[in-house]
Write a protein of this length. Sequence first.
Length: 165
Amino acid sequence: MSGIFADEQRDPHLMTSAVFSIAPADGRITAFGIAIDADIKAEDLPALFSKTCQAANIEGRPVSCVFASATGTVDNMTAELTLRFENELLVSAFITLTPPRFRNLSGDDFYNSADDRQRVHARWLRSIGIAATPASFPWGEVGIARDRSENVHIYVHTRNNTWAR
């Protein structure tokens, strides 16, 4: 991947940026100095993304996926971005934002903070122009999810995600 930041060889998926955002107009995610859209491939991601292959249960059937994850800091919050690829296509992204007051919570404190953590994610989405969730766009969908373990994250399903649309 050497030379990808040279102007004459710049890959449109790997542009530098100082922000962390989801563009409501086209679904492009800007994070950790790169821009990610539905056309990016896992092998195009920089080394800061750790990649794993594993099966995910999608609508009751196992689907082979590549997950690529990176963690950094956004506005004093820990931000984890996980991308899910199926058949080499980016289908979904998951963003978990953790402000300092929610780091290292254990047991009841973690479970009792789920509503507050959900509000953190909703406020962040509003700050980038996505006022209500779930929000459907021509390029996909954005929303906030909460699993059975009370983990909270933002999901972005791209146009490549046929089962979620």
